[in-house]
Design a protein around this ligand. Structure first.
Ligand SMILES: [Ca+2]
Ligand SMILES: [Ca+2]
Ligand SMILES: [Ca+2]
Ligand SMILES: [Ca+2]
Length: 119
């Protein structure tokens, strides 16, 4: 009896681990409101340390689109706060680059990148 319980617990853990890879928000969103507040983000040091930068719309929470955008912004090799075409490795994003560049300055800032993931 005890043994089968252990096996069930283990498979449940594996399922959880799979979900974690798919989405930080799904894993850390304890109150299930669809985004992470500062407390919830503490589970992810990478997100917690950059919380204010990741929160591009400044609503005090970070959603998956903002987190995905942040991952793209890590490609900002010259550290000017924006990504240009050579810095964007994401194929879908590169394709939509000109459309996303709403202020037409030839680069994407975190807000413009987040717009791509929010739709
Ligand atoms: Ca939440
Ligand atoms: Ca936000
Ligand atoms: Ca750059
Ligand atoms: Ca731009």
């Amino acid at each position: 009896m005890k043994f089968s319980k252990v096996i069930i617990t283990f498979s449940a853990l594996f399922l959880l681990a799979g979900a974690a890879v798919a989405s930080e928000v799904k894993k850390g969103d304890k109150d299930k409101d669809g985004h992470l507040d500062k407390m919830e983000a503490k589970a992810f040091p990478m997100l917690s340390n950059h919380f204010d930068i990741i929160d591009t719309d400044k609503d005090g929470t970070i959603d998956q689109a903002e987190i995905d955008a942040h991952k793209i912004m890590m490609g900002d090799k010259d550290n000017d706060g924006t990504v240009d075409k050579s810095e964007v490795k994401h194929k879908g994003l590169a394709k939509a680059f000109d459309k996303l560049d709403t202020d037409k300055d030839g680069t994407l800032d975190a807000k413009e990148v987040a717009a791509f993931f929010k739709k």
